[in-house]
Write a protein that binds this ligand. Structure first.
Ligand SMILES: O=P(O)(O)OC[C@H]1O[C@H](OP(=O)(O)OP(=O)(O)O)[C@H](O)[C@@H]1O
Ligand SMILES: Nc1ncnc2[nH]cnc12
Ligand SMILES: [Mg+2]
Length: 204
């Protein structure tokens, strides 16, 4: 499209910097979406598995992922900066620490039961293909800290709901949940007690 056919930022009612960020985010998302792969019947029949690992195999896509999440976070949540990024084991650990570093926030893990030392909070949950327990160290979130939860995918929402419950037990203020992809037909977002953002369109 030629520049003469594109509205400029003032014509669409946005400050120029917001319009530039929206355009940057849109082009990053196109590159990220193209990198994903699907595997039918993994890990069990009937599941179409979404593989996000190609993003991490390419440093420019890895940077695109962190930058796109940074753009989303700085433009939303009423300008509030998260104090803590919580990542869900295991694939949330691929994204959470580098995102936290970029934002100047703490990173705190939610782990599967039996992996964390010291007093822990525990929450059971069901997910798309099984049952499990999540834990967090009991002193890992201070009351009133603003927390964003990150994971690769929301399917049934069971994992993210359990992570959110652990954060709320410790008095954390849940700003929202962020995912790369959403299996929309499972309506997992309806289970979650804070705003849900998915970076890329998922399985409808
Ligand atoms: O919305 P849900 O139905 O709860 O499913 C989504 C979760 O399922 C996968 O994790 P899983 O524990 O299967 O594997 P991982 O340890 O490789 O992250 C995925 O990474 C999400 O965390
Ligand atoms: N279809 C899917 N693909 C990848 N990870 C998942 N976690 C739960 N459902 C999934
Ligand atoms: Mg997971």
């Amino acid at each position: 499209m030629s520049s003469s056919t594109l509205p400029d930022a003032s014509q669409v009612g946005l400050p120029a910097s917001d319009a530039a960020s929206a355009a940057e985010l849109a082009s990053l998302k196109v590159r990220l979406r193209a990198a994903l792969r699907q595997f039918p019947d993994f890990p069990s029949p009937g599941i179409l598995f979404e593989d996000i690992l190609p993003i991490f195999a390419d440093p420019s896509l890895h940077e695109a992922l962190i930058r796109s999440l940074e753009l989303h976070i700085t433009a939303n949540y009423g300008g509030q900066k998260p104090d803590v990024i919580v990542g869900l084991e295991a694939r949330g650990f691929l994204i959470g620490p580098s995102l936290a570093l970029r934002l100047g926030a703490s990173f705190v893990p939610v782990r599967k039961q039996g992996k964390l030392p010291g007093p822990c909070e525990t929450q059971g949950y069901e997910k798309e293909y099984g049952q499990d327990f999540f834990q967090m160290q009991a002193d890992s979130i201070k009351p009133g800290q603003k927390v964003l939860v990150i994971d690769d995918i929301i399917a049934t929402g069971g994992s993210a709901k359990a992570g959110g419950e652990l954060i709320q037990k410790m008095g954390g203020d849940l700003l929202g949940f962020i995912f790369i992809l959403e299996l929309e037909f499972l309506h997992g977002r309806d289970k979650l007690p804070a705003p849900v953002y998915t970076l890329l369109s998922g399985q409808a």
